[in-house]
Design a binder for this molecule. Structure first.
Ligand code: UGA
Length: 453
């Protein structure tokens, strides 16, 4: 089968390359001629583990090609996937659908024979039907069916997530379209991946519901971390105990500086807007968004408190800048709030991220601080360190190494990477999230306070 994937961003590229790997003939189409030139040369504009090798391999095998021209590929396609961005619209919190409708207008005149048009992008409920009407307006003779096939890929593990998904969701209205989707995903469903057929609306909503729920789960554990902090409980252990309950599950219960990335922030905003415009109160989602935004700022107060309220003139090592490890993506990263605030408070910053240096420099500005070559270089001679992103390179640092490399062994860990006791034994003044400091672990006064609650 032939497919075209419109939009060679994160989702489009991973989708196209993985379908090629499953044996389909895939054309990735994007208007950005510079990007298409780079991709044609096998050069990947984003960092995603394994992606570059897969692109080159499938190009060589003749299954994967890149173009800027709809006319060159849409007519031969059995299915056209729309995978363009749906960022937050300027001026309000709705998803901006201009790229979606532009893609629909772009492909419509070139449809030949029966084609399945599939939305991969995350779009508000009802968008699939609006796309179909745009296509019909441009090309009334087109023979096509609309499908919603949301992606559940995580950056950093996107190829694994595509090849071994928890489920494939297909929102479709005709048996022909379902059959096309079944054939496309057959290599996965043969391995018992659940294939869920539903309506367009349900598929569209399910994607937002999943992201909003995960964002809420993270927010819940972050709020628990706040409570643990003032009650000497340990949020890591609380999360572990909660996670052992199969009804809750252990994933997405890691306290942190607030979720970021290209999806949770924009998707929670869009879902809340959809609910508002349909007259439904989605208070849980709104509170999640508000708390998460505030949390990033609260992390700055936390850092200041760890340095007795003043960091003016101090040198701080900043470990990790991307919104999570395994990606170079800086979108809505906590560092975008924390780094400028620390700089404004007068600190000299030494900055380092294993994969996100280029992106971070362009988002934070070259003059955000001193850009370092590795973790040790960053820590060297600093008056303290702040860990924002939990890259393995930072996990691998021993408390003793941290203590002897910093000028003053003060560490604020916003991902609970290190062991509280080991840091204390190495002489590090260590602050993490929702975990008691080593010295109060056995304090009777504290225990009495909890018993009195
Ligand atoms: C997210 C979803 O996990 C994917 O299923 C979905 O397909 C994708 O959005 C999307 O809509 O395209 P992603 O944004 O790549 O994937 O990143 P996540 O791994 O979900 O992490 C999001 C944020 O939550 C990160 O800032 C991460 O550090 C934070 N997080 C995650 C926590 O703070 N604690 C956790 O326990 C888990």
């Amino acid at each position: 089968m032939n497919i075209v994937v419109v939009g060679s961003g994160y989702v489009g590229l991973v989708t196209g390359v993985c379908f090629a790997e499953l044996g389909l003939r895939v054309t990735c189409m994007d208007h950005d001629a510079g990007k298409i030139d780079r991709l044609t040369m096998g050069d990947i504009p984003i960092y995603e583990p394994g992606l570059q090798n897969l692109v080159r391999f499938n190009q060589k095998a003749g299954r994967l090609s890149f173009t800027t021209e709809a006319a060159a590929c849409i007519g031969q396609a059995d299915a056209v996937f729309i995978a363009v961005g749906t960022p937050t619209r300027k001026g309000d919190n709705h998803a901006d659908l201009q790229y979606i409708f532009a893609a629909a207008r772009d492909i419509a005149p070139h449809l030949r024979g029966y084609t399945t048009v599939v939305t991969k992008s995350t779009v508000p409920v009802g968008t699939g039907r609006r796309i179909a009407s745009v296509i019909r307006d441009v090309n009334p003779a087109a023979s096509f069916d609309m499908v919603s096939n949301p992606e559940f890929l995580r950056e950093g593990t996107a190829i694994h997530d595509f090849m071994r998904p928890d489920r494939v969701v297909v929102g479709a209205e005709s048996p022909e379209a379902v059959e096309v989707m079944r054939r496309l995903y057959e290599p996965l469903t043969r391995q018992d991946v659940p294939f869920v057929v539903t309506t367009l609306e349900t598929a569209e909503m399910a994607k937002y519901a999943a992201n909003a729920f995960l964002a809420m789960k993270i927010t819940f554990i972050n709020q628990m971390a706040d409570l643990c902090e003032v009650s000497q409980a340990n949020v890591n252990d609380v999360a572990k105990i909660m996670g052992l309950d199969k009804r809750i599950g252990s994933k997405f219960l890691r306290a942190g500086p607030g979720y970021g990335g290209s999806c949770f922030p924009k998707d929670t905003r869009a879902l809340a807007e959809t609910a508002r415009s349909l007259g439904v109160d989605l208070g849980l989602v709104s509170q999640t968004m508000t708390y998460n935004d505030t949390r990033k700022h609260k992390m700055v107060d936390r850092i200041l408190a760890s340095f007795q309220g003043s960091i003016s003139g101090k040198t701080l090592a900043i470990l990790g800048l991307t919104f999570k490890p395994g990606t170079d993506d800086m979108r809505d990263a906590a560092s975008l709030v924390i780094v400028p605030a620390l700089k404004a408070a007068g600190a000299h910053l030494k900055l380092y991220d294993p994969k996100g240096m280029e992106e971070a420099q362009s988002c934070l500005g070259d003059d955000a601080g001193e850009w370092c070559a590795n973790a040790l270089d960053t820590l060297s001679g600093a008056d303290g360190a702040v860990l924002i992103t939990e890259w393995d390179e930072f996990r691998a640092l021993s408390p003793e190494t941290i203590a002897k490399t910093l000028k003053y062994p003060v560490v604020v860990d916003l991902r609970n990477v290190y062991d509280v006791e080991s840091m204390a034994s190495a002489g590090v003044t260590y602050t993490s999230l929702g975990r008691p400091v080593a010295s109060v672990l056995s304090a009777p006064v504290v225990r009495a306070k909890i018993e009195a609650l």
